[in-house]
Design a protein around this ligand. Structure first.
Ligand SMILES: Nc1ncnc2c1ncn2[C@@H]1O[C@H](COP(=O)(O)OP(=O)(O)OP(=O)(O)O)[C@@H](O)[C@H]1O
Ligand SMILES: [Mg+2]
Length: 140
Protein backbone atom coordinates (compact mmCIF):
# COMPACT_ATOMS: atom_id res chain seq x y z
CA UNK A 1 0.00 0.00 0.00
CA UNK A 2 1.26 3.50 -0.82
CA UNK A 3 2.16 5.67 2.17
CA UNK A 4 -0.34 8.34 1.14
CA UNK A 5 -4.05 8.02 0.44
CA UNK A 6 -6.50 10.73 -0.60
CA UNK A 7 -10.24 10.19 -0.30
CA UNK A 8 -12.78 12.58 -1.75
CA UNK A 9 -15.49 13.21 0.79
CA UNK A 10 -19.04 13.99 -0.18
CA UNK A 11 -21.25 11.08 0.77
CA UNK A 12 -21.68 9.06 3.95
CA UNK A 13 -20.04 6.09 2.20
CA UNK A 14 -16.83 8.08 1.73
CA UNK A 15 -16.59 8.65 5.49
CA UNK A 16 -16.66 4.89 6.04
CA UNK A 17 -14.12 4.36 3.25
CA UNK A 18 -11.70 7.04 4.57
CA UNK A 19 -11.98 5.58 8.06
CA UNK A 20 -11.13 2.10 6.75
CA UNK A 21 -8.23 3.31 4.56
CA UNK A 22 -6.77 5.32 7.44
CA UNK A 23 -6.94 2.33 9.71
CA UNK A 24 -5.15 0.16 7.11
CA UNK A 25 -2.46 2.78 6.56
CA UNK A 26 -1.85 3.29 10.28
CA UNK A 27 -1.75 -0.48 10.83
CA UNK A 28 1.38 -0.56 8.64
CA UNK A 29 3.21 1.33 11.38
CA UNK A 30 2.17 -1.18 14.01
CA UNK A 31 -0.22 0.99 16.01
CA UNK A 32 -2.17 -0.92 18.67
CA UNK A 33 -5.83 -1.78 18.13
CA UNK A 34 -6.95 0.97 20.50
CA UNK A 35 -4.71 3.51 18.74
CA UNK A 36 -6.14 2.41 15.38
CA UNK A 37 -9.63 3.01 16.74
CA UNK A 38 -8.60 6.47 17.93
CA UNK A 39 -7.17 7.32 14.51
CA UNK A 40 -10.27 6.01 12.74
CA UNK A 41 -12.49 8.06 15.06
CA UNK A 42 -10.55 11.24 14.28
CA UNK A 43 -10.91 10.55 10.54
CA UNK A 44 -14.67 10.01 10.93
CA UNK A 45 -15.17 13.23 12.87
CA UNK A 46 -13.22 15.36 10.39
CA UNK A 47 -14.86 13.71 7.38
CA UNK A 48 -18.31 14.12 8.91
CA UNK A 49 -17.71 17.83 9.41
CA UNK A 50 -16.84 18.10 5.71
CA UNK A 51 -20.10 16.39 4.72
CA UNK A 52 -22.19 18.34 7.24
CA UNK A 53 -20.74 21.84 6.89
CA UNK A 54 -18.81 22.08 3.62
CA UNK A 55 -20.62 19.64 1.35
CA UNK A 56 -17.44 18.15 -0.06
CA UNK A 57 -13.69 18.05 0.42
CA UNK A 58 -10.80 15.66 0.84
CA UNK A 59 -9.14 13.61 3.52
CA UNK A 60 -5.44 13.15 2.87
CA UNK A 61 -3.68 10.55 5.00
CA UNK A 62 0.05 10.15 5.01
CA UNK A 63 2.65 8.15 6.91
CA UNK A 64 5.32 10.53 8.14
CA UNK A 65 8.65 10.41 9.95
CA UNK A 66 10.32 13.12 12.06
CA UNK A 67 13.42 12.75 14.21
CA UNK A 68 13.22 8.98 13.89
CA UNK A 69 9.61 8.95 15.08
CA UNK A 70 6.91 7.58 12.81
CA UNK A 71 3.33 8.64 12.65
CA UNK A 72 0.25 9.29 10.58
CA UNK A 73 -0.83 12.74 9.45
CA UNK A 74 -4.44 13.35 8.49
CA UNK A 75 -5.42 16.48 6.63
CA UNK A 76 -9.10 17.30 6.17
CA UNK A 77 -9.62 20.10 3.69
CA UNK A 78 -12.59 21.77 2.08
CA UNK A 79 -13.56 24.92 0.23
CA UNK A 80 -16.73 25.35 2.25
CA UNK A 81 -18.03 28.35 4.22
CA UNK A 82 -15.19 28.35 6.78
CA UNK A 83 -15.45 28.82 10.54
CA UNK A 84 -15.99 32.44 11.71
CA UNK A 85 -14.82 31.86 15.31
CA UNK A 86 -12.37 28.98 15.68
CA UNK A 87 -11.99 29.43 19.44
CA UNK A 88 -15.75 29.03 19.84
CA UNK A 89 -15.88 26.05 17.46
CA UNK A 90 -13.18 24.36 19.59
CA UNK A 91 -15.30 24.55 22.74
CA UNK A 92 -17.04 21.41 23.99
CA UNK A 93 -20.73 21.60 23.18
CA UNK A 94 -20.61 24.34 20.54
CA UNK A 95 -22.48 23.28 17.41
CA UNK A 96 -24.21 25.12 14.60
CA UNK A 97 -25.54 21.77 13.40
CA UNK A 98 -27.68 20.89 16.40
CA UNK A 99 -25.22 18.14 17.25
CA UNK A 100 -23.04 17.44 20.31
CA UNK A 101 -20.30 19.88 19.40
CA UNK A 102 -17.61 17.42 20.44
CA UNK A 103 -16.06 16.52 17.08
CA UNK A 104 -13.27 19.10 16.92
CA UNK A 105 -12.36 19.33 20.64
CA UNK A 106 -12.62 15.54 20.96
CA UNK A 107 -10.35 15.01 17.98
CA UNK A 108 -7.82 17.43 19.46
CA UNK A 109 -7.76 15.42 22.69
CA UNK A 110 -7.39 12.12 20.85
CA UNK A 111 -4.49 13.16 18.63
CA UNK A 112 -0.93 14.29 19.46
CA UNK A 113 -0.96 17.35 17.21
CA UNK A 114 -3.90 19.41 16.00
CA UNK A 115 -3.97 22.45 13.77
CA UNK A 116 -6.94 24.24 12.28
CA UNK A 117 -6.84 26.85 9.58
CA UNK A 118 -10.10 28.33 8.39
CA UNK A 119 -11.14 31.40 6.47
CA UNK A 120 -14.72 32.52 6.03
CA UNK A 121 -15.77 32.12 2.43
CA UNK A 122 -12.64 30.13 1.56
CA UNK A 123 -12.68 26.92 3.50
CA UNK A 124 -11.21 24.90 6.31
CA UNK A 125 -8.16 22.70 6.74
CA UNK A 126 -7.68 20.60 9.86
CA UNK A 127 -4.37 18.76 10.22
CA UNK A 128 -3.82 16.16 12.91
CA UNK A 129 -0.97 13.81 13.71
CA UNK A 130 -0.74 10.66 15.81
CA UNK A 131 2.79 9.55 16.64
CA UNK A 132 3.67 5.93 17.13
CA UNK A 133 4.90 5.41 20.67
CA UNK A 134 8.37 3.95 20.79
CA UNK A 135 8.21 0.28 21.60
CA UNK A 136 9.54 -0.57 25.01
CA UNK A 137 11.41 -3.83 25.26
CA UNK A 138 11.51 -5.32 28.69
CA UNK A 139 14.66 -7.40 28.90
CA UNK A 140 14.99 -9.94 31.67
N1 LIG B 1 -15.29 21.86 7.86
C1 LIG B 1 -16.05 22.77 8.45
N2 LIG B 1 -16.54 23.83 7.76
C2 LIG B 1 -17.32 24.76 8.34
N3 LIG B 1 -17.66 24.74 9.66
C3 LIG B 1 -17.21 23.71 10.40
C4 LIG B 1 -16.39 22.68 9.85
N4 LIG B 1 -16.09 21.81 10.84
C5 LIG B 1 -16.68 22.27 11.94
N5 LIG B 1 -17.37 23.42 11.69
C6 LIG B 1 -18.11 24.26 12.68
O1 LIG B 1 -17.57 24.00 13.96
C7 LIG B 1 -18.62 23.53 14.83
C8 LIG B 1 -18.05 22.54 15.81
O2 LIG B 1 -17.64 21.35 15.13
P1 LIG B 1 -17.63 19.97 15.92
O3 LIG B 1 -17.23 18.88 14.99
O4 LIG B 1 -16.81 20.17 17.16
O5 LIG B 1 -19.15 19.79 16.40
P2 LIG B 1 -20.43 19.36 15.57
O6 LIG B 1 -20.02 18.82 14.23
O7 LIG B 1 -21.37 20.50 15.57
O8 LIG B 1 -21.00 18.19 16.48
P3 LIG B 1 -20.42 16.69 16.60
O9 LIG B 1 -19.12 16.64 15.84
O10 LIG B 1 -20.22 16.46 18.07
O11 LIG B 1 -21.47 15.83 15.98
C9 LIG B 1 -19.68 22.99 13.89
O12 LIG B 1 -20.97 22.99 14.49
C10 LIG B 1 -19.58 23.96 12.72
O13 LIG B 1 -20.24 25.17 13.01
MG1 LIG C 1 -18.51 17.42 14.02
Amino acid sequence: MADEVTVNIRLESAIVYARQKGRELAAELGFSQSELTIIATAISELARNIVDYAGNGQIIMQLIEKDGQKGIMIKAQDNGPGIPDIELAMQDGYSTGNSLGLGLPGTKRLMDEFEIDSKVGQGTTVTVIKWKRNDINFKI
